[in-house]
Design a protein around this ligand. Sequence first.
Ligand code: GLU
Length: 313
Amino acid sequence: MKMRSSVAIAGIAVLALFGTACGKDGSPEAKTPGGTGGGTAGAPGATKPELPSYTAKEGVALTGSKTFDNAKKRGKLIVGVKADQPFLGSKDPATGKYSGFDIEITKMIAADLGFAPDKIEYKEIASTNRENELVNGTVDYYVGTYSITDKRKQQVSFAGPYYIAGQSLLVRKNENAITGKDTIKGKTVCSAKGSTPLQNLQNNFPDTTTRVFDTYSLCVESLLSNQVDAVSTDDAILKGYAAKDPGALKVVGEPFTTENYGVGLNKDDAVFRNAVTDALENHEKNGDWLKAYNATLGLSGSAAPAIPALVRS
Ligand code: GLU
């Protein structure tokens, strides 16, 4: 957690560099992830961080991977994502285009498997349906704030971690009573079905009432309409909502869990998992990871953290 506060200072420097004005309490002005347009322009002359570009590898062969063979046959990848998480996985309703850090991760992997970004079909999948879709093979892989847990590993496998988040709290801007996890007793807190933060609330906060929806954007709507007192999930997700609506929302307290984000995979395809891990390693080493972070998730207010070590076992 020490690292988080030190990078926060660096974050202010990065934001200043990109001309992002800070609100009264230090929350950044709303911006749109790179690539979708329509964001706040920033100060005149400010440089907007650019997304990496990816070149699909040629002649990729993954002997023994059923997932890869199926994708090759159909001529495209089908990837599960989130569509309502700003700066992570977000679908522009006007253009139908997806953007965000998780979307960049899907493109990095696709490129090394031999698929250009236009050969990816995105499928929006809610937290609670991830394991089922991966077990049934309806998606080739899943990238959407998906925490690696032992329980999930009984059904699916993961490549990663590629990012570390932590459970946090989002409240209305005028909320003074909720300042962190120790102040949610007697409060109603919203989270998503099938998520680790919901599980944590229900297991470890017996005096807190939970409200459950399929998506976090529905939780945010109920927060804004005074139906719940807070929304709880990963800080990375909550900071995005706050950055999009800094006049109405704020993230409070310190993160109180560790969420290792992994790429969700079918459990039976070790060859494919190896190739996805190789792809993550390649794009972390060549600078694409950092470039993608700065042009997406970095815009919601935190400078790039250290890249976590990949686990191959
Ligand atoms: N990372 C947590 C999880 O996988 C929360 C975010 C989400 O639901 O996608 O459950």
